[in-house]
Design a protein around this ligand. Structure first.
Ligand SMILES: Cc1ncc(COP(=O)(O)O)c(C=O)c1O
Length: 433
């Protein structure tokens, strides 16, 4: 019988073992979740530093605690890197996540009871811009833009009408299923007419924007851009706000983050973000180009195999993401679970016309090419991936046999690309002895 201490050690070792097994599982899997990525070796190192154990409330050089000499130098440099990457006046690198960035901006520009316009959840909108998410937490009302399924984008005329009739305090854009650029330029007149703030949630497409391969929202009518820094920008789980408006507005945004929606920011993650941004300045363009090339090709290949890939009219996607209607292949839940048995990791997803479907069993799946591109997938690899997906879902090949092929195939991808230094991804780093 173990004494208490040993029992607790056993718990701790059990958790550590889960982490090791999880790493191994991802080493042997093909990760296609559109909201994830892996970090570079130098960025990853930052997470283990003492920065992670300190408080630095407030802004650089105006802190409440001592001990922030190097933190201030770090934050100054991270802000400079962000301004260079996004060609912007202002950067706030403190939000702990994309949701936190959104909360800070909502806090800055609205009061409870205000109305804002947002993408509908069924049109790919994110829960943080829904009434049961951050928007509701601020006590706001929402009105949604109509969606055009053929274009896989918000409907321009309908959106103009919604904005004109409702005069929202903020016109909010950006989705979690973000296939095509938002038609901001076409909406500029109505933005001016109703005198709203224009906020663009770039969580998904941040690295594509920074790599100059998507749209440039700050030059197309948005004043504020928010984002997660761990999707197409391959950094830490963290958030960022980018601004190009007035100084007065920017001060409100900064107060929306601290003290509005957080006290301390996570300094180790901010350091990792700085390194990610320096790498993206160096490699971001070629990385973003390859991500999009891979996504479009995967769309074409799956379409050839008979999958109903949405957005066909416009080449399936102009981002990292694909949306596929699998209602005739067993539904989103079945397909996602079948692929997981083959070590191909995707998520089920609601589609714009899934009005009566539950989010736990929608008609669609969502796939993203940013992580496989990061480990070196090129055109021939994407073609083989489409073949494996076809084998599992349409041909109903035995999942164990597909899984064997996936493990064998994945073992060829042993290096993180588009970053400084060399590192074999998904390896467990041992510190405990
Ligand atoms: C459009 C959009 N906004 C915000 C978020 C939230 O980001 P985070 O998970 O960093 O809070 C997501 C997450 O996927 C998203 O898709």
């Amino acid at each position: 019988m173990l004494n208490r201490t040993d029992e607790f050690l056993e718990d701790a070792l059990y958790i550590r073992d889960l982490a090791k097994k999880h790493n191994k599982f991802f080493e042997e899997s093909i990760p296609l979740i559109a909201s994830e990525n892996i970090m570079s070796p130098m960025a990853m190192e930052m997470l283990l530093t003492d920065f992670g154990f300190r408080y630095a409330e407030g802004l650089p050089h105006k802190r409440y605690y001592q001990g922030n000499y190097y933190v201030d130098l770090l934050e100054d440099r991270v802000i400079d890197l962000g301004r260079a990457l996004f060609n912007s006046k202002y950067i706030d690198p403190r939000p702990l996540s994309g949701t936190n960035a959104n909360m800070g901006v909502l806090y800055a520009f609205t009061k409870p009871g205000d109305l804002i316009s947002t993408p509908a959840l069924s049109g790919g909108g994110h829960i943080s811009s829904a009434s049961f998410g951050a928007v509701g937490f601020r006590g706001l009302k929402t009105v949604n833009y109509p969606f055009n399924v053929d274009e896989m984008n918000i409907d321009i005329d309908g959106t103009i009408k919604v904005i004109r009739e409702n005069k929202p305090k903020i016109c909010w854009f950006g989705q979690s299923v973000f296939l095509f650029p938002t038609p901001l330029k076409e909406l500029n007149d109505v933005f001016n007419e109703v005198n709203c703030k224009v906020v663009y949630d770039a969580a998904h497409v941040l690295g594509l924007i920074a790599g100059k391969q998507f749209q440039d929202p700050l030059r197309e009518g948005a004043e504020i851009l928010t984002g997660s820094t761990h999707k197409t920008l391959p950094g830490p789980q963290h958030g960022i706000i980018v601004g190009n408006g007035s100084e007065e507005d920017w001060k409100k945004v900064q107060r929306g983050i601290f003290p509005g929606t957080l006290s301390n920011h996570h300094i180790n993650a901010m350091a990792a973000l700085g390194i990610t941004m320096s790498e993206h300045l160096e490699f971001g363009e070629s990385y973003a180009k390859q991500i999009i090339k891979n996504a479009r090709l995967l769309g074409e290949e799956l379409n050839k195999y008979g999958f109903k890939v949405l957005g066909e009219k416009n080449g399936f996607t102009k981002s990292h993401t694909l949306a596929v209607d699998v209602s005739e292949n067993g539904g989103g839940k079945y397909v996602a679970e079948t692929l997981e048995k083959c070590n191909i990791i995707i998520n089920k997803n609601l589609l714009p016309y899934d009005n009566n479907k539950k989010s736990m069993n929608p008609s669609g799946i969502r796939l993203g090419t940013q992580e496989v591109t990061r480990i070196g997938f090129k055109e021939q690899d994407i073609k083989y991936l489409a073949e494996l997906i076809n084998d599992a879902v349409i041909k109903h090949r035995d999942t164990n046999s597909v899984k064997d092929d996936v493990i064998e195939f994945k073992s060829q991808f042993n290096e993180i690309k588009y970053c400084f230094g060399k590192y074999k991804p998904y390896q467990y780093v041992e510190i405990f002895k």
